[in-house]
Design a protein around this ligand. Structure first.
Ligand SMILES: *Cc1c(COP(=O)(O)O)cnc(C)c1O
Length: 470
């Protein structure tokens, strides 16, 4: 009898066809259902515990059980009223890329093993890097996400600041190395500082200007005072599109300070970086081209499936100095083409195909349209709420809004915000979240789905207005 793990061509065809139909149905079910999980999780845990891997099951019923459980067992990224945390309903070409990558499973850590896949990824990274403004030197690689890309930036900054860091670690520095981010930055910086060996306290959280942007004067003062006390500043990480509020730090001022003190300038544009697709909005990101490295997540506003970040840089030499390695069993070792010598990962999935197929099928223009739709929907929502006495706390040019319901007393605000968000999520017709913007709670709404329409936004507005009036 054949192993259930490695099936015949005929079996593959049958199951693939069945699964394709089943997933299309699941997406319809999700669309008509709730945005938040409704599955009885206690019952599910029992079903799960019963699967103790002692009694093999037929694959098709197992797939059915998995898909059915997920239809109402998750916050649904594909629901048109998931107004959530940048997680997209994935573009269809990127889903196709996952099927190809999964079926053929190329190992793309070296060019010689998967030349077609490596060349495709290099092509995408170069084009994206050129659009960022890095010119002919544009390079980098795909990462598992923004966090890996940001960690890569820290590793490069430390290595560039002091070559002895490579062998001796942070002990090689004459004082505490420091990185600078704003209070509104993505707090994975603390984890990254931890695993880099610098320690969480190495991160200087610079105050913001009241509108969610890093305050350049406060940054300048902090660097001066750290230098005076013997610390070693190594990197400024500016954010272009904060997670809570879509605000952009003053990139040009950050670049001046980085240049003055010889620091690595990283721009974390994990979500907002997608604006490079739209020439007419290039000014929102002005200064990004001055960075030493940039993070852009394709799995956010570029709407690929999960696990697709990008680290972009014009400094291939620093990447190589940071990630070089020797292994006798590797078929080749050329940093120009072999990703295992210039990145944190070794074995690599062909994740860049997701963005390649999407860009090739839609062009930059499909993304420019996608971005403008999101922005227009957020304007529509803001307008509907402002006339009812709501306040928009952020002034982002991106597709995210931070809303404050009408309250008589400021002290009542936190409770009101939590009550409204809890009611929306429990109702399940939409998903929104509580965020803290400039120290105060807000209702955060982001357009993440290319199929969200005017009626979805109008439904949310009606529900928020009703809940806000109580
Ligand atoms: C999402 C996000 C990250 C983290 O990226 P992951 O892909 O979740 O690892 C970092 N920075 C910003 C600004 C983000 O929005």
């Amino acid at each position: 009898m054949r192993s259930p793990l490695f099936v015949s061509a005929a079996q593959r065809q049958t199951t693939d066809d069945w699964l394709s139909h089943r997933l299309t149905r699941a997406l319809e079910t999700i669309r008509a259902g709730k945005a938040s999980p409704t599955l009885d999780l206690e019952g599910f845990k029992e079903e799960l515990a019963a699967r103790n891997f002692e009694h093999p099951e037929a694959l098709e019923p197992l797939l059915e059980w998995t898909v059915k459980s997920m239809e109402n067992g998750a916050v649904q990224m594909t629901h048109p009223r998931y107004f959530g945390l940048f997680n997209p309903a994935p573009s269809y070409p990127s889903e196709c890329a996952d099927r190809i990558g999964a079926a053929l499973n190329p190992q793309i850590c070296v060019l010689s093993h998967a030349p077609v896949a490596v060349l495709i990824e290099q092509h995408v990274i170069r084009r994206v890097g050129q659009r960022v403004g890095f010119g002919e030197k544009a390079g980098g690689h795909f990462t598992s996400g923004g966090s890996e890309a940001n960690a890569t930036a820290v590793a490069c900054a430390l290595t560039r600041a002091l070559p002895q860091f490579a062998d001796n670690g942070c002990r090689a520095f004459s004082g505490q190395p420091r990185i600078y981010v704003s209070n509104e930055s993505h707090l994975a910086w603390l984890k990254i500082a931890h695993v880099s060996g610098m320690g969480r306290r190495a991160v200087r959280m610079i105050s913001t200007d009241g509108s969610g942007r890093l305050c350049a004067n406060a940054l300048s003062k902090q660097i001066d005072s750290d230098l005076a006390s013997g610390d070693v500043p190594v990197m400024i990480a500016a954010t272009a599109g904060t997670t809570n509020a879509g605000m952009v730090d003053p990139l040009e001022r950050c670049s001046e300070l980085a240049r003055k003190h010889n620091l690595w300038l990283h721009v974390d544009a994990a979500w907002g970086g997608a604006l490079i697709a739209d020439d007419s909005q290039a000014l929102i990101l002005r200064g990004i081209e001055l960075a030493d490295s940039v993070t852009i997540d394709a799995h956010k506003w570029f709407a690929t499936t999960m696990g697709t970040g990008m680290f972009l840089t014009p400094h291939l030499g620093t990447l190589e100095a940071t990630f070089h390695a020797k292994a006798s069993y590797m078929p080749s070792g050329d940093a120009e083409v072999d990703y295992y010598l210039t990145s944190l990962q070794w074995s690599r999935r062909f994740s860049g195909l997701r963005l390649f197929l999407a860009l090739a099928a839609g062009g930059w223009d499909a993304f420019a349209q996608h971005i403008r739709r999101g922005q227009a929907l957020i304007r529509r929502l803001n307008q509907a709420l402002v006339v009812e006495g709501w306040v928009v706390a952020n002034s982002s040019e991106m597709a995210v809004t931070c809303l404050v319901p009408p309250v008589e007393k400021t002290e009542a605000r936190a409770l009101r915000v939590t009550e409204i968000v809890t009611a929306v999520v429990e109702q399940g017709n939409a998903w929104v979240s509580v965020a803290i913007f400039e120290g105060a709670p807000v209702i955060r709404v982001c357009i993440t789905n290319g199929n969200t329409g005017d009626d979805d936004v109008d439904q949310l507005a009606t529900e928020l207005i009703r809940l806000g009036a109580h």
